[in-house]
Design a protein around this ligand. Structure first.
Ligand code: KIV
Length: 292
């Protein structure tokens, strides 16, 4: 059975996203990694859901995004795709799934469309990935680029650091964006760069830029859902706006359950099933009969 419905009437498409840039309408994107959260996100009418490899950190508990595998990303993408009837679903290609050879990269990317129902993939890198973006485009795989603070380069960068702070680095980022646009990327994530640089890139390319820690002048914004919900365990980055405190809410609910069970307050009468009246009477009568 296909994972794709084939009904695009209510679906955000690549064209929808690109038209939004032309109309100067802000593009919205959030990450999601499972059915329940993706469904809640999708029901708000958000434009795009990114099954980000950030799941390695916020869901699987790794210190970086590097360990998550293609099979793990496929598993989560399938769950998200089952929930998303409106948003464009983009799967993040994990580290080492597109770094070894272009042949392997196209094969891995195709799995996200074919086996998980993703409608696009995201890869990190600029000029160094332009040839690959072209190959993916030739294989009918829409690609979102990602430049600036690219978490898969954490060791090369020496940590999760803001990028593009020198004239040379700005020049490199401008060329990265132009190379991705030229190669056919349908959008570009700008992560962890000064807002002035993001504004220059946004003005210089025809494809939408989606910012995260890149200021307000991008064509759209993306956040990691767990950051927005307050469901992480380390100090959030400066750019994160926490719209809820689910960590406290979940802790409170779990503590209340534990307390109720320990004090015999759960389950209550209303939360218990009962035998039908006639069966209950028969059971009672059999209990009253003296044993032979
Ligand atoms: O993996 C991710 O969540 C991302 C976003 C931060 C853009 O790449």
């Amino acid at each position: 059975m296909s994972v794709i419905s084939g009904d695009f009437r209510h679906k955000t498409t690549i064209a929808t996203i690109q038209e939004k840039k032309l109309r100067r309408e802000p593009i919205t994107c959030l990450t999601a990694y499972d059915y329940a959260s993706a469904r809640l996100v999708d029901e708000t009418g958000i434009d795009m859901i990114l099954v980000g490899d950030s799941l390695a950190m916020v869901v699987l508990g790794y210190e970086t995004t590097l360990p998550v595998t293609v099979d793990e990303m496929l598993h989560h993408t399938r769950a998200v795709r089952r929930a998303a009837t409106h948003a464009l679903v983009i799967a993040d290609m994990p580290y080492a799934s597109y770094h070894v050879s272009e042949h392997e990269a196209v094969r891995n990317a195709a799995r996200f469309l074919k086996e998980a129902g993703a409608e696009a993939v995201k890869i990190e890198g600029g000029q160094n990935r332009a040839a690959l973006v072209e190959h993916l485009r030739d294989a009918e795989i829409p690609v979102m680029g990602h430049i600036g603070l690219t978490p898969q380069s954490v060791h090369r960068m020496g940590g999760f650091k803001v990028q593009g702070k020198s004239l040379e680095a700005i020049d490199r980022l401008m060329n990265d964006a132009a190379a991705l646009e030229g190669a056919g990327a349908f959008a570009i994530v700008l992560e962890g760069i000064p807002r002035e640089v993001a504004a220059m890139i946004t003005a210089s390319v025809s494809v939408p830029t989606i910012g995260i820690g890149a200021g307000p002048d991008c064509d759209g914004q993306v956040l990691v859902l767990h950051d927005l919900l307050g469901l992480t365990f380390s100090k959030p980055a400066k750019f994160v706006r926490q719209y809820a405190d689910l960590r406290t809410a979940i802790s409170g609910a779990v503590r209340a359950f534990k307390d109720d069970v320990e004090h015999g307050a759960y389950p209550g009468e209303d939360e218990s099933y009962h035998l039908p009246g006639d069966v209950a009477e028969a059971v009672e009568a059999s209990l009253r009969r003296p044993a032979r």
